[in-house]
Design a protein around this ligand. Structure first.
Ligand code: WTA
Length: 640
């Protein structure tokens, strides 16, 4: 396979080449793609100075990413399966779409979007469950140059409206409802509620999935099946500039509302394809399955774009790992003879708790590669995954990356890079990580631990945050001059291997989902009885990190005291979604604040961790007594 590394010496050589001469390295990869017009300049960049960051890859090039998925290889791949869709209910029949069939559906839906007046550059919100139409809708947007903004279908009406409004989406694509395990979620009703506050939205396209009753607004709402009826599947791709926007994806940070991370066409395309085929060592004909939801970046890059650009067969799963029983993942692996399997540590930990029989009763001999992503994987989970799921036979690729990086940055190449439990190991070719001290000094050599930054651009990096370029600079490039700040802490061991320790900012990784503490606090503070709150991460056996909320309330009656926790949880679900529901809520008389009014989160984190033996310097606190009271009422056992 073109551009795929096949041995450790080759990796080491390529890596060297990629940092000595990054431009030629990437241009050599890009030349295998299908360009309407070749680029004029490989790279122009600056992480600092006026209007920074300024990053342009393959400027002057003209292309369309869907031509690289479809037209580029239609001759060989027409009858090969592109997507296997496994429904929530195993009794329902799966769907297999060949590259030829998927192409026709994408073009037809692309024409349907045009019929509604959607043009190049328009933003389209997609709020769909894990059904093939989600992939069709996103690729149709890419086909006509519309910018997709996919919102995970677990977000609430308010969270959806915030995202729609931030980028003034013209339409929303949704379904009547969604199945998840035994639950059915009324997606259209949620969209209806959002759209009361979204003036930019002209239409909602509704795919019929559950057949439940929904309300329909004449003139605004259109059934997917009515819209595509009679629409041709002849469609010429919109010719895009390399740096034209491909998509926006909202993600949480330390402060404020979620940011619309923006990715552009050529760089994203090259990076997602290259990283997919190298990390997973995909071979033609392999069956690949990533269990993520396309509402997150993992699904964008490693269910849809990376695999389809490589010509892979990619499985899309609508359901959950524990329904109808805890063997569902392994039943699917057996059913389709999955080769590469990619999931999150939180799913692994949840399945460990269910017992090994659920795994061992299925035939998993087809597996060749196991991947993880989204949060640090603890050694116990790594070993179980390796021994029980992989039968000791399959290399594990612990892939570190972010929404902002759009693709895998630090990871073993399956079967090539020697692995070590809970180490993401080495950077991919073209990636130049650096560890720095809090003062911004580079930590050279091995056996060091610090803040993980990246010092050189890579094609898939974010270009801006939608509508607020300054915020992009402030968030990622202002902490250390000339460096991209990842927000993660990491260790580089004696072998030069990277181990990701976790977030160093106020972002919590709950079950591999990124949640900003400020967002959760804002939501909690919407409860009329709450005066103030502080949210921190605390260790959680299954989720990796759980959410611990300390809240100050108005005086509560006895019955209010009883119901306040549930009410606060509902408030968070209403404003964000259940993924952000606090695990622990403690009503406190006050928060540990400095004289200048700053909350000392360090102390709250320590208490959440159950360790008050070493709270550090508390002498600057306005009221040190409050710490004792918080410890006394803590929701976890606290060692003093
Ligand atoms: C964390 C998900 C440890 C990290 C692709 C990062 C990881 C955040 C790993 C990004 C890993 C991701 N080991 N931590 N292999 N992969 N993370 O944007 O904290 O949803 O900053 O992208 O997940 O989350 P995001």
């Amino acid at each position: 396979m073109i551009n795929r590394i096949t041995s450790l010496p080759e990796y080491l050589e390529k890596y060297q080449e990629s940092i000595t001469n990054p431009e030629d390295f990437w241009a050599d990869i890009a030349k295998e793609n299908f360009w309407r017009k070749k680029w004029d300049k490989i790279l122009e960049w600056r992480f600092d100075g006026p209007d920074a960051p300024q990053v342009k890859w393959f400027e002057g090039g003209k292309l369309n990413i869907t031509e690289n998925i479809f037209e580029r290889n239609m001759f060989q791949r027409k009858n090969q399966v592109a997507i296997i869709w496994e429904p929530n209910d195993p009794k329902e029949k799966e769907v297999r779409l060949t590259y030829g069939e998927l192409f026709d559906k994408v073009k037809q839906f692309a024409n349907s979007l045009k019929k509604l007046g959607i043009e190049k550059g328009d933003r389209v919100a997609i709020y769909l469950p894990m059904i093939p139409e989600l992939a069709i809708a996103m690729l149709a947007c890419a086909r006509i140059g519309a910018v997709h903004s996919i919102v995970f279908a677990g977000f609430s009406a308010i969270a959806l409206a915030d995202r729609i409004n931030d980028s003034s989406c013209k339409i929303v694509i949704t379904s009547d409802g969604a199945y998840r395990g035994t639950k059915s979620i009324p997606l259209k009703a949620i969209v209806d509620e959002s759209l009361e506050n979204c003036p930019s939205v002209k239409n909602a396209i509704v795919f019929k999935r559950t057949g439940e009753d929904i309300s329909f607004i004449e003139g605004r709402d259109i059934w997917w099946h009515d819209l595509i009826e009679g629409v041709s599947s002849f469609n010429d791709a919109e010719v895009m500039d390399s740096e034209d926007t491909l998509f926006i994806l909202y993600t949480s940070g330390s402060t404020g509302k979620p940011k619309g991370v923006l990715h552009t066409t050529a760089g994203y395309m090259i990076f997602s394809e290259y990283t997919f085929k190298n990390v997973f060592q995909y071979n033609n004909g392999d069956i690949y399955w990533c269990t993520a939801d396309i509402g997150w970046v993992t699904g964008h890059s490693y269910i849809v774009y990376g695999p389809l650009l490589t010509g892979a067969t990619s499985i899309m799963f609508e359901g959950v790992p524990t329904w109808p029983d805890a063997g569902r993942f392994w039943e699917i692996v057996d059913k389709y003879k999955v080769n590469q399997f990619y999931t999150a540590p939180t799913a692994i930990r949840a399945l460990i708790a269910q017992g090994n029989e659920w795994v061992t009763k299925h035939n998993l001999s087809s597996l060749t590669v196991l991947g993880t992503v989204g949060e640090p994987i603890n050694e116990e989970a790594w070993t179980w995954y390796h021994d029980i799921v992989g039968g000791g036979r399959c290399p594990i690729v612990d892939t570190w990356w972010q929404t902002e990086t759009s693709g895998i940055m630090i990871s073993p190449l399956a079967g090539i890079t020697p692995t070590k439990p809970s180490f993401a190991t080495l950077p991919l070719p073209g990636i130049q990580p650096i560890l720095v001290s809090p003062e911004g000094e580079e930590l050279k050599g091995n056996g060091v631990e610090g803040i993980l930054c990246i010092k050189y651009p890579w094609p898939g990096m974010l270009r801006t945050t939608y509508g607020d370029h300054k915020r992009c600079f402030e968030t990622y490039f202002s902490a250390f001059k000339g460096l991209y700040l990842t927000g993660d802490g990491a260790k580089r061991d004696e072998d030069g291997y990277y181990r990701i320790i976790g977030r160093i900012d106020d972002v919590i990784n709950v079950s591999g989902h990124r949640i900003g503490t400020a967002e959760v606090e804002d939501a909690i503070n919407q409860h009329p009885k709450v005066n103030e709150s502080a949210v921190v991460a605390y260790p959680h056996e299954i989720k990796g990190s759980g959410i611990y909320a300390y809240v100050i309330c108005d005086k509560l009656s006895e019955s209010e005291t009883e119901s306040i926790e549930d009410e606060i949880r509902s408030t968070v679900v209403k404003h964000i979604g259940s993924i952000a529901k606090p695990d622990q809520i403690q009503v406190v008389p006050g928060l540990p604040k400095t004289r200048s009014g700053k909350i000392m989160r360090r102390i709250l984190r320590k208490i959440g961790e159950g360790d008050a033996t070493n709270l550090g310097d508390t002498s600057t606190l306005l009221d040190p007594g409050v710490v004792e009271e918080i410890i006394a009422g803590a929701k976890v056992d606290v060692k003093r």
